[in-house]
Design a protein around this ligand. Structure first.
Ligand code: PMP
Length: 461
């Protein structure tokens, strides 16, 4: 039997991958034609591939490796827990120490009275929990008609049937008959693409007021909750205008609806504070968490729930849960991750030192002829590619063509930067150093130059 290992030639690994592995969000045939890049190791912010290339991972994996790669303490926490108690559930009047300790830690870290956690295995699962929880909450309060959850177009809340329905990705809705009933989508606060002649401030208010209009139109007695990411991540790092969140909060305070902040990306230091809700002064009733909770070292997600909602939910048996809700190994890894993020001052430093430095450098990219706006929130950022900055024009080619060209140039320059349509996005590990930021910007600039030249050569601008 051939042992499949890092020592195998890349082409053989790629052939086996193409033969048997179906990749998420990927055209399998296209990938098989070019061969997947095989990542073999990682340390800090640097990935190594099977050809020995060192690649700067400006995406922290999928927005999740906040602590950086290669922290032995997390591996050791997992090994210790696997030896002591690799698995037990919390369904039938049982619990275990890792679940208790992590819940206690989360209650202390989370703002306001988000003192309770319902564990899940991922962000998608946690948002499915939220969907069922808010509807169950209102039913428990004698208002079973309050079922509609309002979300936003171009939001990302996960890939399960429930969470993808909550999300507002039209490409996802087009496959498999989504969304499910009683989900309503309003417009996003994406000024660059949709702001027209309004100032960002006017536009932020107008988009927030769509929530109020939707509540009136659907009926306050029918609406259970509003869900949103503090900063839309997968939608393209859309940092909302300053006027947006205060107005949303006012509306949520005025009407009897629950506010769910999906902090799967924004949580655990990404926006420069522990939670995006703190950065934007939001007071959610429920917060979705995952990703940075364990820095991606083990799969875990959850819903942080405020006292009032938990009190109502605790009055019934919520017929909901996952085999891996509160998985002891994931909880132990998450706890160790949070300990390090806190004790080593990683989150504090990211907000106070790294974020301002990154912003200064990131903003310089607007000097590039291909770049319209540059947006940044803590350590998540985006740039809009455009053929004409002054009119905020889109490219004549299909949306995403220029972005893909730029992403490929980045890959060629050993930089992982993702494209969302024609926006380039970053979300590096929080531990990225100033010299590494300089390297990242230098590679991004070189990639933009190459993309610019190619777009011109191909008559795309
Ligand atoms: N919510 C948001 C805001 C996300 O960005 C993601 C993942 N990118 C999810 C939910 C889904 O999380 P998961 O992939 O862990 O299911």
């Amino acid at each position: 039997m051939t042992l499949i290992s890092n020592h195998m030639p890349t082409a053989e690994l790629q052939a086996l991958d193409a033969a048997h592995h179906m990749h998420p969000f990927t055209n399998g045939n296209e990938l098989a034609g070019r061969g997947a890049r095989v990542i073999t190791r990682a340390k800090g912010v640097t990935l190594t591939d099977s050809e020995g290339n060192d690649i700067l991972d400006a995406m922290a994996g999928l927005w999740c490796v906040n602590i950086g790669y290669g922290r032995d303490e997390l591996a050791e926490a997992a090994a210790r827990q696997m030896k002591e108690l690799p698995y037990y559930n919390t369904f039938f009047m049982t619990t275990h120490v890792p679940a208790i300790a992590l819940a206690d830690k989360l209650a202390k870290l989370a703002p306001h009275d988000l003192n309770h956690v319902f564990y899940a295995g991922s962000g998608s699962e946690a948002n499915d929990t939220n969907l069922r929880m808010v509807r169950t909450y209102w039913a428990q309060k004698g208002k079973p008609d309050k079922k509609i959850v309002i979300s936003r177009k171009n939001a990302y809340h996960g890939s399960s049937v429930g969470s993808a329905s909550l999300g507002g990705m039209s490409g996802m809705h087009a496959q498999g008959g989504l969304p499910i009933p009683d989900i309503h989508h309003i417009n996003q606060p994406h000024w660059w693409a949709e702001g027209g002649d309004m100032s960002p401030e006017e536009f932020g208010l107008a988009r927030a007021r769509e929530l109020e209009e939707a509540i009136h139109e659907l009926g306050e007695d029918k609406v259970a909750a509003f869900i949103a990411e503090p900063v839309q991540g997968a939608g393209g790092v859309i940092v909302p205008p300053e006027t947006y969140w205060p107005e949303i909060q006012r509306i949520c305070d005025t009407y009897e609806i629950l506010l769910i902040a999906d902090e799967v990306i924004c949580g655990f230091g990404r926006t420069g504070n522990w939670f995006g809700s703190q950065t934007y002064n939001i007071r959610p009733h429920i917060m979705t968490i995952a990703k940075g909770l364990s820095s991606g070292y083990a799969p875990i997600g959850g819903s942080l729930v405020c006292d009032e909602v938990a009190e109502v939910m605790n009055d019934c048996e919520f017929a909901h849960g996952y085999t891996y809700s509160g998985h002891p190994v994931s909880c132990a890894v998450a706890l160790e991750n949070l300990r390090i993020l806190e004790e080593e001052g990683i989150v504090d430093r990211a907000g106070a030192e790294t974020a301002p430095y990154l912003k200064e450098k990131w903003d310089l990219l607007t000097d590039h002829p291909l770049v319209g706006e540059a947006k940044i929130a803590g350590l998540m950022g985006s740039i809009a590619l455009t053929p004409d900055k002054s009119s905020r024009a889109a490219f004549a080619a299909d949306a995403g063509t220029a972005g893909l060209i730029c992403r490929e140039a980045c890959f060629g320059n050993n930089l992982v930067m993702r494209h969302v349509g024609d926006r380039m996005v970053i979300s590096p590990p929080l531990v990225i150093t100033k010299p590494e930021i300089d390297t990242m910007i230098e590679r991004a600039w070189r990639s933009l130059d190459q993309a610019h030249a190619r777009l011109k050569d191909e008559g795309l601008m």
